[in-house]
Design a protein around this ligand. Structure first.
Ligand code: ZN
Ligand code: ZN
Length: 410
């Protein structure tokens, strides 16, 4: 990506992603290798009137050394200062931009148990901050940055420099940087998504039924007062819309945690904490996962599902047409930010509370009573195929075709 495109990408992340307002404090969390994009983003943020920009750097190699040499006891302890830092961010209502450049297999060779201990500890310690972002009490966005390992994973037959260049081209396409006016193109794209949300939100849907030739036959019930979101997060509690994921193609909500029945097959590999889970299936009864299997990465799938009670239930239902710009590239990105936008998906674990009327203001107990799931996990897995059909049953007995041959019926 040349300097001009980097600037455009940074502009997109700050203006469409965060929608940064004058006087706001922006925190950027990024790997060291993405420093050129971060510098462009910092400049954009100040141009938009940021009062302060703080950058928190991270690095996969350093993290891996920690996983390798630290004891399980040490990995289970999160230092007080790190927790206080998140508290400070919450108090100051900062905006948060995360840049992800991680190697999909960065932690290969590390015992899944150590990764699980660390994930659980940080999940618990930073739960409040996570709850703040997921219920849109602060505005946040995610961007991506290629690295050698990621690019080589996607394009193993190309030399590193060409693989990185190709990955940048792909990112540019998925975030619409190839359009003359990317900001305008984004606004039009968001309008289309918002319109689909409106249709689903007015339909008073009781449940969806998913079927395809892989063997998926799953019924997913919806809670009363469900809200499908997408495009821009209108639900930001400060009233300023933002776009958490760039790219985004999905229209999503939360299912009723105890109204999911049947079996669902994955349609793409799942990459979680540098590990691949592939060709897996999950069976549900009254919402709870009662059985599962995977041809590749069974133990990693097990670690996700066995995290806590809530990781035995679904927390997200997301609809993505088969003809999305990401799917049309016909390449696996090994990164959820992209791959989830290539396919209809569900998430195991926590819901987004704003996906139900008044949810952003509800306590965990109230959300649970509504049928909304909570967990330390939130792991998306893809289920969309070219022949997926989805029909909805409404509370007044109507049947509506939502997806036909893998794509939107409207
Ligand atoms: Zn999603
Ligand atoms: Zn998700």
């Amino acid at each position: 990506m040349n300097k001009r495109q980097l600037d455009k990408y940074a502009e997109l992340l700050i203006k469409i992603g965060i929608n940064l307002q004058k006087g706001e404090h922006l925190v950027i969390s990024s790997p060291i290798l993405a420093s050129d994009l971060v510098k462009c983003a910092v400049k954009q943020a100040y141009k938009c009137g940021a009062s302060n920009v703080t950058v928190l750097w991270n690095d996969d190699e350093i993290a891996k050394l920690g996983y390798k040499y630290r004891s399980k006891k040490s990995l289970a302890e999160i230092p007080e200062w790190a927790i206080m830092q998140r508290e400070y961010f919450i108090d100051k209502k900062i905006c948060y931009l995360g840049i992800s450049a991680s190697d999909p297999e960065a932690f290969k060779g590390i015992k899944p148990e150590k990764l699980a201990i660390s994930r659980r500890a940080s999940g618990l310690a930073f739960k409040k901050f996570h709850d703040y972002t997921s219920s849109n009490k602060i505005r946040w966005a995610l961007g991506a940055y290629p690295n050698k390992a990621w690019a080589k994973k996607m394009f193993p037959n190309l030399p590193s420099n060409l693989a990185i260049k190709k990955l940048w081209d792909y990112i540019a396409k998925t975030v619409r940087l190839d359009e003359d006016d990317p900001i305008k193109a984004w606004k039009e794209h968001q309008d289309r998504i918002v319109n689909r949300c409106k249709i689903l939100n007015q339909a008073n849907i009781k449940s969806f039924r998913y079927t395809n030739s892989l063997g998926t036959d799953l019924t997913v019930g919806m809670p009363n007062g469900y809200i499908f979101c997408g495009g821009a997060e209108e639900g930001a509690l400060d009233g300023v819309p933002f776009t958490a994921n760039i790219p985004t193609e999905e229209v999503f909500s939360c299912p009723h945690r105890s109204m999911v029945d049947g079996k669902v097959y994955s349609s793409m590999p799942l990459c979680v904490n540098g590990n691949i889970v592939d060709e897996f299936w999950i069976e549900f009864k009254e919402g709870r996962i009662i059985d599962y299997g995977a041809r590749i990465g069974y133990d990693n799938l097990k670690d996700i599902i066995e995290t806590d009670d809530g990781s035995h239930y679904l927390g997200e239902i997301a609809l993505v047409g088969y003809n999305s710009p990401i799917r049309n590239l016909n390449t696996l990105f090994y990164k959820t930010l992209f791959d989830e936008n290539a396919s209809c998906h569900f998430a195991i674990g926590a819901c987004y509370p704003t996906c139900v009327e008044g949810g952003g203001e509800m306590t965990a107990e109230e959300l649970l009573e509504k049928g909304l799931n909570d967990s330390l996990e939130h792991v998306d897995f893809m289920v969309g195929t070219k022949d997926l059909s989805i029909t909805a049953q409404t509370h007044d007995g109507k049947s509506i075709v939502i997806f036909k041959d893998g794509d939107w019926a409207f």
